[in-house]
Write a protein that binds this ligand. Structure first.
Ligand code: GLU
Length: 269
């Protein structure tokens, strides 16, 4: 169903266009095997949000991680060819799983894989955006990832936090939600400092906020807090609020669309 208007009131409900970035740590166990409970629950909640009229675009990581799981590798490959091969295998598993689960709720999905030149070159970006908008018009859930199978350093976007912010800007999303294995941005590294407090709202990304971005992400993913703050800069500058929250409990997506304070919200200018 296409409502034709980005944000409107329908029976008291605000219809929003939301980009949801799902990190590898949410989709897969540390072994790289699928986290069935998380992915099933996520697809159910996202389907319900779509049924309620929200427009959803997914940016999904997990290709390399799932390839690692399927091949039984000991960890994330360090050489580019094995990384590309793992992504080729894992991306199939990922899309097969999404297709199967969203199908249960009568939703269609469409895959888009891109690298940096697809969004840096004006003509190519236009082509990418045309596909994205048409998928939304057709009531399909676009699922986007970097094209890791051909991606090398010179042409990579590099991490899906940044990619999801680029997508949010392209579709003029109302909200970008990063689902990760951390509850939000803390006043200090919560693994090292037991007094660390979650910061609920960031109104401006100051150098102090940027300094809180230290530390790295999960063993199979790419980003960490640094790439999330970078994504927040891109999104908020273009007028999209961004939330970092934990993907362990997909039900919080309901609270987020209800406007409740969850995780850390970076307010757009
Ligand atoms: N594109 C990578 C993958 O699907 C993930 C990148 C990231 O974790 O940010 O494995």
């Amino acid at each position: 169903m296409n409502f034709g208007i980005d944000c409107q009131l329908l029976k008291g409900l605000i219809i929003t266009k939301i980009v949801i970035k799902i990190g590898t740590s949410t989709l897969a166990h540390p072994s790289g095997h699928l986290n069935i409970r998380h992915i099933e629950h996520l697809c159910k909640v996202i389907s319900d949000l779509k049924n309620a009229g929200h427009e959803i675009i997914i940016v999904s990581s997990g290709a390399i991680g799932m390839g690692v799981g399927k091949l039984g590798l000991k960890g994330k490959p360090t050489d580019i060819e094995t990384k590309q091969a793992a992504a080729a295998i894992g991306q199939c598993e990922l899309m097969y799983t999404y297709d199967k689960l969203f199908n249960e709720y009568n939703h269609n999905i469409g895959q888009i894989l891109i690298t940096a030149p697809d969004v840096e070159d004006e003509k190519r970006r236009h082509n990418f955006e045309n596909t994205l908008f048409r998928l939304l018009e057709l009531d399909v859930i676009p699922i986007i990832n970097e094209n890791d199978t051909v991606s090398v350093e010179e042409i990579e976007i590099g991490d899906n936090d940044t990619l999801s912010a680029i997508v949010a800007v392209s579709v003029k999303a109302d909200l970008l939600v990063l689902l990760s294995d951390i509850d939000g941005l803390y006043t200090a590294d919560p693994h090292l400092d037991s007094n660390a407090q979650i910061i609920s709202v960031v109104k401006e990304i100051t150098p102090e906020i940027e300094k809180l971005g230290g530390g790295k992400g999960s063993s199979l993913g790419t980003g960490g807090m640094v790439t999330k703050i970078h994504a927040a800069k891109i999104a908020t500058k273009a007028g999209t609020d961004m939330i970092i929250t934990n993907g362990n409990n997909p039900e919080i997506l309901y609270d987020i669309v209800d406007g409740k304070t969850i995780g850390t919200r970076f307010e757009s200018r």
